[in-house]
Ligand binder design. Structure first.
Ligand code: FNR
Length: 194
């Protein structure tokens, strides 16, 4: 009989700071829909200052960035939920990824080869398709290991969550469960290939 697979941790990063963020709510829902043996750790980018090379040179990497970088490094996979602002990723998310990528040798420890999946939610009709695509070019530069086995573009998000931000739509619950199962299975396949 096969031994039980090792537990996995997914670092789930929301690209929104909003308390009532649909993207953060989507990741909160994801925490309850992960397959057995997979734990999701939710992070936001609160407390991360605007990147400034002078600040970096004079004070080093800010503590919230060090903390996030270590959490990504330690995780088995990175799951990013991105809003779409003007057909691209929010500055907050780009800023956070830029900070974590600095200095390059440290950024590499977090991102290089990290299994990564992207999803996103919007009240609009196009499901963050453009911001997800824009995020790919950043993630390519960071040399993550992208998972393309599923896509989750959540349109009309304002109709899918209740006033407390709980995901109430059964169809989306199923899609999210499948997405998480597919991503987790890919990480486990990577384990076997090593
Ligand atoms: C938006 N929004 C938006 N939505 C979209 O689908 N495509 C877009 O290009 C934009 N552009 C845009 C620009 C700016 C500056 C803002 C503030 C918003 C709407 C956006 O999807 C909505 O505010 C979401 O609720 C943001 O995600 P969170 O905060 O709910 O996770």
């Amino acid at each position: 009989m096969n031994a039980a697979p090792r537990p996995l941790t997914l670092l789930a990063l929301s690209g929104s700071l909003r308390r009532a963020s649909f993207n953060t709510a989507l990741l909160r829902a994801a925490a309850d829909l992960c397959p057995a043996g997979v734990r999701l750790e939710l992070r936001t980018l609160h407390g991360v200052p605007v990147y400034d090379g002078d600040l970096e040179a004079e004070q080093g990497t800010p503590a919230p960035v060090l903390d996030l970088r270590e959490a990504i490094r330690a995780a088995d996979g990175l799951l990013i939920a991105t809003p779409e602002y003007n057909n691209s990723i929010p500055g907050v998310l780009k800023n956070g990824l830029d900070w974590v990528s600095r200095p390059p040798a440290e950024g590499k420890k977090a991102f290089f080869g990290k299994p990564t999946a992207v999803l996103g939610a919007t009240p609009g009709g196009f499901g963050t398709v453009q911001s997800q695509d824009a995020l790919l070019s950043v993630l390519r530069t960071l040399q993550v290991e992208m998972w393309f086995g599923g896509r989750l573009m959540v349109s009309r998000a304002n109709t899918l969550f209740d006033a407390e931000g709980r995901l109430t739509d059964a169809a989306l619950q199923g899609q999210l469960r499948d997405f998480l199962a597919g991503f987790s299975a890919q990480i486990r396949r990577g384990d076997r290939d090593e």
